[in-house]
Design a protein around this ligand. Structure first.
Ligand SMILES: [Zn+2]
Length: 270
């Protein structure tokens, strides 16, 4: 581990690029996606920050175990939550394997609203209920004061949380070095956009891409507005549904934007 963050890099990997149903949806529903293109095989939304020998996960959806095995994640150093919708959190039980193997609780990060909601549905992960089912996670609550402030999640690795609107709830976006991860969201407030100036990679919830009326997720018009305001070098569209074929989105995406796929990697400069 290097204590000097200057010049350090981390690897950012999209573990899952799918919407709430994944692709294919149950019933082998591929919608408009070409089943012969492996980039259309999408697990539920999640991401990994690899830093030195450490792994930090953003969201543990229902496909988390398969994602962890696909990337041979033998250890996890922390989980950062964006919001408590089941497609982002329902895989939290898998963290017990890591707790037992590593011999300590797994730190989880998120707002009081998010972690409180997860705890209300998965209380057995947050408190010991018997000798065999002990507490698995330790809460690290991000308060309103923590928004737009960097915190050091590991020596030399800083993360800046910021507020976003996601339909009728608030979600949390995260800036890590020159990358920002904005999932799920329908709107990013001006003060949060300020915190994103100078980034190279902008990863955006695009579940509303083909739904101009969407109130839960960013639509195409808003994606373009965010690109204009933030001016990233690359925009990566994620949270992709069965109606968003990889090649079709790639051919018609706004300039500078590309669709994500499971296993997409980019380097973050910290
Ligand atoms: Zn959501």
């Amino acid at each position: 581990m290097n204590a000097d963050p200057k010049g350090q890099t981390a690897e950012f990997i999209i573990l899952g690029s799918g919407g709430s149903t994944g692709v294919p949806a149950i019933g082998n529903i591929w919608g408009k996606c070409d089943p012969n293109n492996p980039k259309n095989l999408r697990s539920r939304t999640s991401a990994l920050i690899k830093y030195n020998d450490m792994n930090f996960i953003i969201d543990t959806g229902p496909d988390f175990k398969h994602q962890a095995n696909a990337h041979n994640l033998t250890n996890i150093n922390g989980v950062i939550y964006t919001h408590d919708h089941g497609d982002h959190t329902n895989g939290i039980d898998e963290l017990r394997v890591y707790k037992n193997r590593q011999g300590h609780n797994i730190p989880v990060y998120g707002t009081d609203e998010t972690l409180g909601s997860i705890e209300s549905r998965h209380g057995h992960m947050f408190e010991s209920r018997s000798e065999f089912y002990s507490k698995v996670v330790d809460k690290n609550i991000l308060t309103a004061k923590d928004m737009k402030q960097k915190f050091e999640i590991a020596s030399g690795l800083y993360i800046t949380p910021f507020e976003m609107q996601h339909g009728h709830i608030m979600s949390t976006g995260y800036r890590i070095g020159d990358l920002a991860y904005c999932v799920d969201m329908s709107y990013i407030p001006d003060e949060s956009i300020e915190a994103l100036k100078g980034i190279k990679t902008l990863i955006l919830d695009s579940a509303g891409y083909q739904f101009p009326e969407s109130r839960q997720h960013a639509n195409l018009e808003y994606i373009k507005e965010l690109q204009d305001r933030i001016q990233p070098e690359q925009t990566v569209l994620t949270v992709l549904s069965v109606i968003m074929d990889y090649e079709d989105v790639k051919a018609h995406a706004p300039q500078g934007a590309i669709p994500a796929y499971d296993g997409f990697k980019t380097i973050i400069t910290l």
